[in-house]
Ligand binder design. Structure first.
Ligand code: FAD
Length: 384
Protein backbone atom coordinates (compact mmCIF):
# COMPACT_ATOMS: atom_id res chain seq x y z
CA UNK A 1 0.00 0.00 0.00
CA UNK A 2 1.16 3.57 -0.67
CA UNK A 3 2.45 5.43 2.37
CA UNK A 4 -0.08 8.10 3.33
CA UNK A 5 0.53 11.69 4.50
CA UNK A 6 -1.49 14.79 5.29
CA UNK A 7 0.70 16.95 3.06
CA UNK A 8 3.45 16.27 0.52
CA UNK A 9 5.83 19.19 -0.08
CA UNK A 10 7.71 19.10 -3.39
CA UNK A 11 10.99 21.05 -3.43
CA UNK A 12 12.91 21.61 -0.17
CA UNK A 13 14.74 24.80 -1.13
CA UNK A 14 14.00 28.15 0.48
CA UNK A 15 10.22 28.07 0.38
CA UNK A 16 9.61 24.31 0.60
CA UNK A 17 11.83 23.83 3.66
CA UNK A 18 9.93 26.64 5.43
CA UNK A 19 6.61 25.08 4.41
CA UNK A 20 7.71 21.67 5.72
CA UNK A 21 8.62 23.28 9.05
CA UNK A 22 5.39 25.25 9.47
CA UNK A 23 3.21 22.31 8.41
CA UNK A 24 4.89 19.79 10.68
CA UNK A 25 4.93 22.27 13.59
CA UNK A 26 1.14 22.33 13.34
CA UNK A 27 0.97 18.58 13.66
CA UNK A 28 0.54 17.62 9.99
CA UNK A 29 2.14 14.38 8.81
CA UNK A 30 4.53 15.74 6.17
CA UNK A 31 6.55 14.12 3.40
CA UNK A 32 9.12 16.38 1.75
CA UNK A 33 10.55 15.40 -1.65
CA UNK A 34 13.70 17.09 -2.95
CA UNK A 35 15.42 16.47 -6.28
CA UNK A 36 18.93 17.19 -4.89
CA UNK A 37 20.61 16.93 -1.46
CA UNK A 38 19.87 19.12 1.57
CA UNK A 39 21.02 22.76 1.15
CA UNK A 40 22.38 22.47 -2.39
CA UNK A 41 23.66 25.14 -4.79
CA UNK A 42 21.79 24.29 -7.99
CA UNK A 43 18.61 26.31 -7.46
CA UNK A 44 18.00 29.81 -6.08
CA UNK A 45 18.86 29.63 -2.34
CA UNK A 46 22.66 29.63 -2.10
CA UNK A 47 25.59 32.06 -2.32
CA UNK A 48 26.04 33.01 1.34
CA UNK A 49 23.90 36.15 1.61
CA UNK A 50 20.59 37.77 0.70
CA UNK A 51 19.43 41.33 1.33
CA UNK A 52 16.50 41.93 3.66
CA UNK A 53 14.73 45.29 4.04
CA UNK A 54 11.31 46.67 4.91
CA UNK A 55 10.96 49.95 2.95
CA UNK A 56 10.02 47.92 -0.07
CA UNK A 57 10.31 49.72 -3.41
CA UNK A 58 8.63 46.87 -5.29
CA UNK A 59 5.21 47.61 -3.67
CA UNK A 60 4.00 48.73 -0.22
CA UNK A 61 1.71 45.66 -0.21
CA UNK A 62 4.73 43.55 0.75
CA UNK A 63 5.40 45.44 3.99
CA UNK A 64 3.04 43.56 6.37
CA UNK A 65 4.56 40.30 5.15
CA UNK A 66 8.05 41.64 5.79
CA UNK A 67 7.17 42.67 9.32
CA UNK A 68 5.99 39.11 9.96
CA UNK A 69 9.03 37.62 8.21
CA UNK A 70 11.32 39.61 10.52
CA UNK A 71 9.57 38.11 13.57
CA UNK A 72 9.78 34.60 12.16
CA UNK A 73 13.45 34.95 11.21
CA UNK A 74 14.20 36.03 14.77
CA UNK A 75 12.33 33.02 16.12
CA UNK A 76 14.16 30.71 13.71
CA UNK A 77 17.53 31.93 14.98
CA UNK A 78 16.41 31.49 18.58
CA UNK A 79 14.98 28.00 18.03
CA UNK A 80 18.00 26.64 16.18
CA UNK A 81 20.91 28.72 17.49
CA UNK A 82 22.09 29.32 13.91
CA UNK A 83 23.58 32.55 12.58
CA UNK A 84 20.96 33.75 10.09
CA UNK A 85 20.32 37.52 10.13
CA UNK A 86 22.79 40.42 10.41
CA UNK A 87 20.95 43.74 10.52
CA UNK A 88 23.87 45.96 9.51
CA UNK A 89 21.64 48.66 7.95
CA UNK A 90 20.87 49.25 4.29
CA UNK A 91 21.05 52.06 1.72
CA UNK A 92 18.70 52.36 -1.26
CA UNK A 93 20.59 54.74 -3.52
CA UNK A 94 19.91 56.65 -6.72
CA UNK A 95 18.28 59.76 -8.09
CA UNK A 96 15.43 60.98 -5.89
CA UNK A 97 12.91 59.96 -8.56
CA UNK A 98 14.42 56.51 -9.21
CA UNK A 99 12.25 53.53 -8.32
CA UNK A 100 14.84 52.36 -5.80
CA UNK A 101 14.66 55.61 -3.83
CA UNK A 102 11.12 56.87 -4.48
CA UNK A 103 9.54 53.42 -4.11
CA UNK A 104 11.38 52.75 -0.85
CA UNK A 105 10.29 56.12 0.51
CA UNK A 106 6.68 55.46 -0.47
CA UNK A 107 6.64 52.19 1.51
CA UNK A 108 8.44 53.76 4.48
CA UNK A 109 5.96 56.63 4.66
CA UNK A 110 2.88 54.53 4.05
CA UNK A 111 3.77 52.12 6.85
CA UNK A 112 5.55 54.53 9.20
CA UNK A 113 8.82 52.61 8.97
CA UNK A 114 11.90 54.15 10.61
CA UNK A 115 14.19 55.59 7.93
CA UNK A 116 16.50 58.50 7.14
CA UNK A 117 16.97 60.36 3.86
CA UNK A 118 20.64 61.18 3.16
CA UNK A 119 22.09 63.46 0.48
CA UNK A 120 25.32 62.61 -1.34
CA UNK A 121 27.54 64.53 1.09
CA UNK A 122 25.99 62.81 4.09
CA UNK A 123 26.28 59.38 2.45
CA UNK A 124 29.99 59.95 1.76
CA UNK A 125 30.56 61.20 5.30
CA UNK A 126 28.83 58.32 7.05
CA UNK A 127 29.84 55.56 4.65
CA UNK A 128 33.27 56.51 3.26
CA UNK A 129 33.54 53.49 0.93
CA UNK A 130 30.68 54.96 -1.15
CA UNK A 131 31.03 57.75 -3.72
CA UNK A 132 27.53 58.63 -4.96
CA UNK A 133 27.12 61.36 -7.59
CA UNK A 134 26.14 64.84 -6.43
CA UNK A 135 22.47 64.52 -7.42
CA UNK A 136 22.08 61.14 -5.79
CA UNK A 137 20.43 60.44 -2.44
CA UNK A 138 19.67 57.39 -0.32
CA UNK A 139 17.04 56.05 1.97
CA UNK A 140 18.87 54.55 4.93
CA UNK A 141 17.11 51.84 6.88
CA UNK A 142 18.76 50.74 10.09
CA UNK A 143 16.79 47.47 10.23
CA UNK A 144 17.85 46.36 6.76
CA UNK A 145 20.65 43.87 6.47
CA UNK A 146 21.43 40.38 5.29
CA UNK A 147 20.26 36.81 5.70
CA UNK A 148 22.29 33.65 5.25
CA UNK A 149 20.31 31.43 2.86
CA UNK A 150 22.10 28.13 3.50
CA UNK A 151 21.70 28.51 7.27
CA UNK A 152 18.03 29.41 6.79
CA UNK A 153 17.29 26.30 4.74
CA UNK A 154 19.28 24.09 7.13
CA UNK A 155 17.38 25.56 10.11
CA UNK A 156 13.98 24.88 8.55
CA UNK A 157 14.97 21.34 7.58
CA UNK A 158 16.25 20.74 11.12
CA UNK A 159 12.98 21.93 12.72
CA UNK A 160 10.84 19.97 10.25
CA UNK A 161 12.78 16.78 10.98
CA UNK A 162 12.56 17.43 14.71
CA UNK A 163 8.76 17.73 14.39
CA UNK A 164 8.58 14.36 12.63
CA UNK A 165 8.51 15.26 8.92
CA UNK A 166 9.87 12.60 6.53
CA UNK A 167 12.32 14.41 4.24
CA UNK A 168 13.51 12.44 1.22
CA UNK A 169 16.48 13.87 -0.68
CA UNK A 170 17.65 12.83 -4.16
CA UNK A 171 14.06 11.73 -4.76
CA UNK A 172 12.42 13.97 -7.37
CA UNK A 173 8.72 14.02 -8.00
CA UNK A 174 8.12 12.50 -11.44
CA UNK A 175 4.35 13.05 -11.74
CA UNK A 176 1.20 13.27 -9.67
CA UNK A 177 -2.55 12.94 -10.18
CA UNK A 178 -5.75 13.62 -8.24
CA UNK A 179 -6.65 10.58 -6.14
CA UNK A 180 -9.77 10.15 -3.99
CA UNK A 181 -9.98 13.37 -1.92
CA UNK A 182 -6.33 14.24 -2.43
CA UNK A 183 -3.36 13.39 -4.62
CA UNK A 184 -1.14 10.49 -5.58
CA UNK A 185 2.52 11.27 -6.14
CA UNK A 186 5.06 9.17 -8.03
CA UNK A 187 8.82 9.09 -7.69
CA UNK A 188 11.27 6.53 -9.08
CA UNK A 189 11.29 4.88 -5.64
CA UNK A 190 7.68 4.86 -4.55
CA UNK A 191 4.10 6.06 -4.81
CA UNK A 192 2.65 8.19 -2.01
CA UNK A 193 -0.81 9.51 -1.28
CA UNK A 194 -1.78 12.63 0.64
CA UNK A 195 -4.70 14.93 1.25
CA UNK A 196 -2.73 17.97 0.13
CA UNK A 197 0.13 18.72 -2.25
CA UNK A 198 2.38 21.79 -1.90
CA UNK A 199 4.64 22.63 -4.87
CA UNK A 200 7.62 24.96 -4.26
CA UNK A 201 9.62 24.26 -7.43
CA UNK A 202 11.83 27.36 -7.79
CA UNK A 203 13.30 27.47 -11.29
CA UNK A 204 11.63 24.16 -12.17
CA UNK A 205 8.19 25.86 -12.19
CA UNK A 206 7.88 25.86 -16.01
CA UNK A 207 8.26 22.10 -15.92
CA UNK A 208 6.27 21.20 -12.79
CA UNK A 209 3.46 23.72 -13.15
CA UNK A 210 2.61 23.71 -16.87
CA UNK A 211 -1.12 23.83 -16.14
CA UNK A 212 -0.75 26.98 -14.03
CA UNK A 213 -0.49 28.89 -17.36
CA UNK A 214 1.92 31.47 -15.93
CA UNK A 215 4.65 32.50 -18.42
CA UNK A 216 7.70 32.19 -16.15
CA UNK A 217 11.11 33.34 -17.36
CA UNK A 218 14.08 31.63 -15.74
CA UNK A 219 17.18 33.82 -15.62
CA UNK A 220 20.83 33.09 -14.99
CA UNK A 221 22.28 35.52 -12.44
CA UNK A 222 25.90 35.89 -11.34
CA UNK A 223 27.25 36.76 -7.87
CA UNK A 224 30.82 38.14 -7.63
CA UNK A 225 33.23 38.29 -4.70
CA UNK A 226 36.09 40.82 -4.68
CA UNK A 227 38.92 41.46 -2.24
CA UNK A 228 38.77 45.23 -1.66
CA UNK A 229 41.85 47.33 -2.31
CA UNK A 230 43.38 47.92 1.15
CA UNK A 231 41.58 44.95 2.73
CA UNK A 232 38.14 44.28 4.16
CA UNK A 233 38.48 46.58 7.23
CA UNK A 234 36.11 49.33 6.02
CA UNK A 235 33.77 46.66 4.62
CA UNK A 236 33.02 44.71 7.82
CA UNK A 237 29.31 44.70 8.78
CA UNK A 238 29.99 46.90 11.82
CA UNK A 239 31.02 49.65 9.36
CA UNK A 240 29.24 48.79 6.17
CA UNK A 241 25.59 48.50 5.14
CA UNK A 242 23.99 46.43 2.41
CA UNK A 243 23.14 48.61 -0.58
CA UNK A 244 21.08 48.75 -3.76
CA UNK A 245 22.10 51.42 -6.25
CA UNK A 246 20.19 52.44 -9.37
CA UNK A 247 22.30 54.55 -11.75
CA UNK A 248 21.16 57.19 -14.26
CA UNK A 249 20.66 54.46 -16.89
CA UNK A 250 18.52 52.47 -14.44
CA UNK A 251 21.14 49.75 -14.04
CA UNK A 252 20.82 48.35 -10.51
CA UNK A 253 23.58 46.71 -8.52
CA UNK A 254 23.48 45.50 -4.93
CA UNK A 255 26.03 44.28 -2.46
CA UNK A 256 27.02 43.23 1.00
CA UNK A 257 29.62 43.90 3.65
CA UNK A 258 32.52 41.45 4.05
CA UNK A 259 30.82 38.84 6.24
CA UNK A 260 33.16 35.88 5.98
CA UNK A 261 36.46 37.20 7.30
CA UNK A 262 39.40 39.06 5.72
CA UNK A 263 40.23 36.45 3.06
CA UNK A 264 36.83 35.99 1.44
CA UNK A 265 36.09 39.54 0.33
CA UNK A 266 32.70 41.16 -0.25
CA UNK A 267 29.92 40.15 -2.63
CA UNK A 268 28.34 42.37 -5.30
CA UNK A 269 25.96 41.64 -8.20
CA UNK A 270 23.75 43.13 -10.87
CA UNK A 271 20.06 43.11 -9.97
CA UNK A 272 17.95 41.85 -12.91
CA UNK A 273 20.51 41.71 -15.68
CA UNK A 274 20.28 38.01 -16.26
CA UNK A 275 20.16 35.91 -19.38
CA UNK A 276 17.31 33.53 -20.06
CA UNK A 277 18.11 29.90 -19.22
CA UNK A 278 16.65 26.67 -17.95
CA UNK A 279 17.91 24.64 -14.97
CA UNK A 280 19.28 22.12 -17.48
CA UNK A 281 21.02 24.56 -19.83
CA UNK A 282 22.29 27.28 -17.47
CA UNK A 283 25.90 28.31 -18.22
CA UNK A 284 27.70 27.79 -14.90
CA UNK A 285 31.01 29.21 -16.12
CA UNK A 286 31.43 32.93 -15.44
CA UNK A 287 33.45 34.63 -18.20
CA UNK A 288 36.17 37.25 -17.91
CA UNK A 289 34.12 39.90 -19.72
CA UNK A 290 31.37 39.48 -17.11
CA UNK A 291 33.85 40.05 -14.29
CA UNK A 292 35.16 43.16 -16.06
CA UNK A 293 31.63 44.56 -16.47
CA UNK A 294 30.83 43.95 -12.80
CA UNK A 295 34.09 45.44 -11.56
CA UNK A 296 33.55 48.53 -13.73
CA UNK A 297 30.02 49.17 -12.50
CA UNK A 298 30.87 48.48 -8.83
CA UNK A 299 33.89 50.82 -8.98
CA UNK A 300 31.64 53.75 -9.89
CA UNK A 301 29.98 53.55 -6.47
CA UNK A 302 32.66 51.77 -4.40
CA UNK A 303 36.08 52.53 -5.92
CA UNK A 304 37.95 50.30 -3.46
CA UNK A 305 35.72 47.24 -3.82
CA UNK A 306 36.96 45.58 -7.02
CA UNK A 307 40.58 45.33 -5.86
CA UNK A 308 41.07 41.68 -6.74
CA UNK A 309 38.53 39.26 -8.20
CA UNK A 310 38.13 36.19 -5.98
CA UNK A 311 35.30 34.06 -7.34
CA UNK A 312 31.85 34.06 -8.92
CA UNK A 313 28.85 31.76 -8.81
CA UNK A 314 25.58 31.44 -10.72
CA UNK A 315 22.02 31.28 -9.42
CA UNK A 316 18.55 31.45 -11.00
CA UNK A 317 15.67 33.93 -10.80
CA UNK A 318 12.16 32.65 -11.62
CA UNK A 319 10.45 35.75 -12.99
CA UNK A 320 6.76 36.38 -13.52
CA UNK A 321 5.79 39.08 -16.07
CA UNK A 322 5.06 41.65 -13.32
CA UNK A 323 7.80 40.38 -10.95
CA UNK A 324 5.27 39.73 -8.19
CA UNK A 325 5.10 36.29 -6.56
CA UNK A 326 2.64 33.46 -7.14
CA UNK A 327 1.30 32.06 -3.84
CA UNK A 328 -2.14 30.48 -4.01
CA UNK A 329 -4.32 27.46 -4.22
CA UNK A 330 -3.76 26.06 -7.70
CA UNK A 331 -6.67 27.44 -9.76
CA UNK A 332 -7.14 24.12 -11.58
CA UNK A 333 -6.87 21.97 -8.43
CA UNK A 334 -8.21 24.28 -5.71
CA UNK A 335 -9.18 21.48 -3.33
CA UNK A 336 -5.81 19.82 -2.98
CA UNK A 337 -2.86 21.76 -4.43
CA UNK A 338 -1.01 24.88 -3.16
CA UNK A 339 1.75 26.59 -5.15
CA UNK A 340 4.52 29.03 -4.13
CA UNK A 341 6.72 30.10 -7.05
CA UNK A 342 7.73 32.97 -9.35
CA UNK A 343 9.70 34.76 -6.62
CA UNK A 344 11.32 36.91 -9.33
CA UNK A 345 14.68 37.43 -7.62
CA UNK A 346 13.36 38.97 -4.40
CA UNK A 347 11.80 36.13 -2.43
CA UNK A 348 14.36 35.14 0.14
CA UNK A 349 13.53 37.76 2.77
CA UNK A 350 9.97 36.33 2.79
CA UNK A 351 10.92 32.67 3.22
CA UNK A 352 9.49 32.04 6.72
CA UNK A 353 6.27 33.97 6.12
CA UNK A 354 5.77 32.10 2.84
CA UNK A 355 6.11 28.88 4.87
CA UNK A 356 3.42 30.15 7.21
CA UNK A 357 1.09 31.19 4.37
CA UNK A 358 1.52 27.89 2.54
CA UNK A 359 0.75 25.99 5.76
CA UNK A 360 -2.42 28.10 6.18
CA UNK A 361 -3.52 27.44 2.60
CA UNK A 362 -2.78 23.71 2.67
CA UNK A 363 -4.41 23.05 6.05
CA UNK A 364 -7.35 25.50 6.03
CA UNK A 365 -7.78 26.62 2.40
CA UNK A 366 -7.27 30.26 3.32
CA UNK A 367 -4.91 32.68 5.11
CA UNK A 368 -5.18 35.93 7.06
CA UNK A 369 -2.04 37.25 5.37
CA UNK A 370 -2.62 39.72 2.52
CA UNK A 371 -1.74 37.72 -0.60
CA UNK A 372 -4.14 39.19 -3.20
CA UNK A 373 -1.15 40.49 -5.21
CA UNK A 374 0.11 36.92 -5.66
CA UNK A 375 -2.96 35.36 -7.31
CA UNK A 376 -1.77 33.58 -10.51
CA UNK A 377 -5.03 34.38 -12.28
CA UNK A 378 -3.79 37.97 -12.72
CA UNK A 379 -1.30 36.55 -15.24
CA UNK A 380 -3.45 34.06 -17.09
CA UNK A 381 -6.61 33.84 -19.10
CA UNK A 382 -8.35 31.90 -16.30
CA UNK A 383 -11.27 33.88 -14.93
CA UNK A 384 -11.17 34.91 -11.27
C1 FAD B 1 21.80 35.60 -7.26
C2 FAD B 1 20.52 35.74 -6.46
C3 FAD B 1 20.40 36.78 -5.56
C4 FAD B 1 19.25 36.95 -4.83
N1 FAD B 1 19.19 37.95 -3.92
C5 FAD B 1 18.10 38.09 -3.14
C6 FAD B 1 18.11 39.05 -2.11
O1 FAD B 1 19.08 39.75 -1.90
N2 FAD B 1 17.00 39.15 -1.33
C7 FAD B 1 15.91 38.36 -1.52
O2 FAD B 1 14.92 38.50 -0.79
N3 FAD B 1 15.89 37.42 -2.50
C8 FAD B 1 16.96 37.26 -3.31
N4 FAD B 1 16.99 36.30 -4.28
C9 FAD B 1 15.79 35.49 -4.54
C10 FAD B 1 15.61 34.35 -3.58
O3 FAD B 1 16.85 33.76 -3.27
C11 FAD B 1 14.64 33.35 -4.21
O4 FAD B 1 13.41 34.02 -4.46
C12 FAD B 1 14.37 32.15 -3.31
O5 FAD B 1 15.59 31.55 -2.90
C13 FAD B 1 13.53 31.14 -4.06
O6 FAD B 1 13.30 29.98 -3.26
P1 FAD B 1 12.54 28.72 -3.88
O7 FAD B 1 12.22 27.82 -2.77
O8 FAD B 1 11.43 29.23 -4.76
O9 FAD B 1 13.61 28.06 -4.88
P2 FAD B 1 14.76 27.00 -4.51
O10 FAD B 1 15.39 27.35 -3.23
O11 FAD B 1 15.60 26.83 -5.72
O12 FAD B 1 13.95 25.67 -4.23
C14 FAD B 1 13.28 24.93 -5.25
C15 FAD B 1 13.58 23.47 -4.97
O13 FAD B 1 12.76 22.60 -5.74
C16 FAD B 1 13.52 21.46 -6.03
N5 FAD B 1 12.87 20.71 -7.12
C17 FAD B 1 12.71 21.09 -8.40
N6 FAD B 1 12.08 20.14 -9.10
C18 FAD B 1 11.80 19.12 -8.23
C19 FAD B 1 11.16 17.85 -8.35
N7 FAD B 1 10.66 17.40 -9.52
N8 FAD B 1 11.05 17.07 -7.24
C20 FAD B 1 11.57 17.48 -6.04
N9 FAD B 1 12.19 18.68 -5.89
C21 FAD B 1 12.30 19.48 -6.97
C22 FAD B 1 14.88 22.04 -6.40
O14 FAD B 1 15.90 21.09 -6.38
C23 FAD B 1 15.02 23.11 -5.33
O15 FAD B 1 15.69 22.62 -4.18
C24 FAD B 1 18.15 36.07 -5.03
C25 FAD B 1 18.26 35.01 -5.92
C26 FAD B 1 19.45 34.84 -6.62
C27 FAD B 1 19.53 33.70 -7.58
Amino acid sequence: MSPTYDVIVVGLGGMGSAAAHHLSARGARVLGLEKFGPVHNRGSSHGGSRITRQSYFEDPAYVPLLLRAYELYERLERDTGRDIATLCGGLMLGRPDSRTVAGSLLSAERWGLPHEMLDATEIRRRFPTLTPGDGEVALYERRAGLLRPENTVAAHLQLATRAGADLHFEEPLLRWEPYRDGVRVHTAENTYTAGQLVICPGAWAPRLLTDLDVPFTIERQVMYWFQPEGGTGPFVPENHPVYIWQDADDVQIYGFPAIDGPELGAKVAFFRRGTVCTPETIERTVHAHEVVAMAGQAARLLPALPGRFLKAATCMYSNTPDEHFVIARHPRHPESVTVACGFSGHGFKFVPVVGEIVADLALTGTTDHPIELFDPRRLTALSA
